[in-house]
Design a protein around this ligand. Structure first.
Ligand code: GLY
Length: 564
């Protein structure tokens, strides 16, 4: 299957998921007095709530939710993937944790090209070579060491119980499990918990004994229960079986890293988001700065002019992303330039909103001295006011579909987030170059954008989403929905979305995202519009002036808010 077909398949899956979910558009919003958690799965939200009620802080709850999602939401929750956490303490201290996967030591630049230099596209998407070295367990231990307050093993016990005793799957999970059977069988001839002869149905109990044993090792030994000993042996044996390249040394060497978050202003709000190797925070800041001078609130939500300003900003920021963003440990990312309000606003001031700019006419900015579904997000605020915004991923739905035999979990296909060849789009249609080329030990560029917003020194929003390339624009729109268009938390995530990423040329739109009149006006002026299935699954907590926590759980999935 070539990359265009994979891209197409990805959107069919998204479309399938969006059509099959029969949730009503949620317009009422929940409010909680003390603490709130929103995740992609009702059981994971309950696990988070239990920890918060026991006196755990937001990071304790985030760790328990992370392990619970690895059990109850295997298409994106994970032990075999990675992610990013943005944290803000009740006193305003901010931090960001990078537990992104890394390229194995034996990875090399042209590893996904044939002898003629043509991309071997399936290799970076499915099977053993698609997997980067997982960062999830190291990340959770690192978060715990700095901020945890309960006992480590008590944070993992709910996940152990769910894996060993099983849990009832939802209707959408049953459909997805059935949809992926053939692919799982092809990649995992030794079997996998998800593979079975009779079709899965709503409410079937999913038991994962091997995963339960792996979680016990992590509960007892911390990161050593994953990166050393039995679990590491299972991962390396699985690599040998499928011609993968992750070694014992790669696992031993993996470290999560605390990085300085991207912090910037949009009007009188402070935005705190994820720095490289995610492009999320840099691009989000660039987008907000680019539209700051436009009267969006006066124009109104999804008004013709609003859409034009946002799309033209997106077109330019994604062009910059493709050239300048990559792992900062390997490539000098011009963060200061890309998040410079003067630069972004000067560029937008030359844009003619009366006519679409051709994406081919947009080149990434040049700076002096510089030569670069499935993911899941959760938002938590605890009783004291500490906040966690955490996005985690194995990249595509069920990652590489490689089930580590013996250890019972899926490996990511994050290697596809590298640029396998300049000009060749990845599964999200994103382009890249030198900054994001494959190199051993390097982290692949991400779009994940876990974000926290402050207003006048106080916590205002905790927001993020899955959605590959659309993550950044979904967070951008959700923030504007609250700050400019006065929506409640639930309205801000339920509102229909659109997305532009420089290339391809068109604006992706959810049904009803743009009304007929605006659509006609945009088409007349050269904009191209592509209707597609759902975009993102945003979880947004908005803190009201009276301190109450308003929650918006995305109706596009089984997403659930809990609190007290
Ligand atoms: N794998 C999706 C992302 O990191 O952006």
């Amino acid at each position: 299957m070539n990359k265009t077909n994979l891209f197409f398949l990805f959107f069919i899956v998204l479309f399938h998921a969006s059509c099959s979910l029969n949730h009503q558009k949620a317009t009422t919003t929940n409010e909680y007095k003390h603490a709130a958690v929103i995740t992609a799965h009702p059981i994971a939200s309950q696990v988070g709530l239990d920890i918060l009620k026991k006196g755990g802080n937001a990071v304790d709850a985030a760790i328990a939710v992370k392990f619970a999602l690895a059990v109850v939401y295997p298409n994106a929750g994970n032990l075999g993937g990675g992610g990013f956490m943005v944290y803000r303490s009740k006193t305003g201290e901010v931090a960001s944790l990078d537990f992104r996967e890394k390229a194995p030591g034996k990875a090399f630049k042209d590893m996904y090209l044939d002898d003629e230099g043509n991309p071997l596209t399936e290799l970076s998407v499915y099977g053993h070579l698609a997997a980067g070295v997982p960062g999830a367990v190291a990340g959770m231990e690192e978060a715990f060491k700095k901020y945890g307050s309960l006992k480590w093993k008590d944070l993992i016990q709910p996940a152990i119980d769910l894996a060993r005793k099983g849990f009832p799957i939802t209707a959408s999970q049953a459909r997805e499990f059935n949809y992926y059977q053939e692919r799982f069988k092809k990649i995992n001839p030794n079997g996998a918990a998800i593979i079975r002869e009779q079709a899965w149905k709503d409410g079937d109990v999913f038991v994962q004994q091997q995963l339960g044993e792996t979680l016990v090792r992590i509960a007892q030994e911390g990161r050593d229960g994953f990166y050393k000993g039995k679990t590491a042996d299972y991962i390396v044996a699985e690599m040998k079986r499928g011609n993968g390249i992750i070694s014992h040394q790669d696992l031993l060497d993996y470290q999560a890293i605390w990085r300085k978050p991207i912090v910037g202003n949009y009007k009188n709000y402070k935005i705190i988001s994820m720095p490289p190797p995610s492009s999320g925070g840099v691009a989000l800041m660039g987008l907000l700065q680019s539209v700051e001078k436009y009267p969006l609130a006066k124009w109104g939500f999804q008004h013709d002019s609003t859409v034009r300003a946002m799309v033209e900003a997106e077109r330019r920021i994604y062009a910059d992303r493709a050239t300048h963003l990559g792992d900062p440990d390997f490539y000098k990312v011009p963060v200061e330039h890309l998040t410079d309000a003067t630069f972004n606003q000067a560029r937008m001031s030359k844009v003619n909103l009366a006519k679409a700019t051709a994406s081919d006419d947009i080149k990434a900015a040049k700076f002096p001295g510089y030569e670069s579904e499935q993911t899941t997000h959760y938002s938590i605020v605890d009783k004291a006011g500490n906040a966690v915004s955490l996005t985690t991923t194995i990249n595509g739905s069920y990652g590489s579909c490689v089930w580590v035999d013996g250890a019972g979990f899926l490996l990511n296909n994050e290697m596809d987030d590298f640029s396998v060849k300049p000009g060749t789009p990845n599964m999200y249609g994103l382009l890249g170059g030198k900054a994001n080329a494959v190199e051993p030990g390097k982290r692949m560029l991400s779009a994940m954008t876990p974000t926290i917003v402050e207003e006048n020194g106080k916590l205002k929003m905790v927001v993020g989403t899955p959605g590959g390339s659309t993550i950044i624009t979904s967070v951008f729109q959700t923030i504007l929905n609250v700050l400019e268009f006065n929506m409640t938390a639930q309205e801000s995530v339920s509102a229909a979305r659109f997305h532009h990423q420089w290339k391809p040329e068109y604006i992706d739109v959810e049904a009803n995202a743009i009304d007929e009149k605006t659509r006609e006006s945009l088409l007349k002026d050269g904009y191209k519009i592509n209707k597609r299935g759902s975009i993102g699954r945003v979880e947004n907590i908005v803190i009201l002036p009276n301190g109450r926590l308003q929650t918006g759980a995305d109706h596009r999935g089984d997403d659930t808010a809990a609190g007290y």
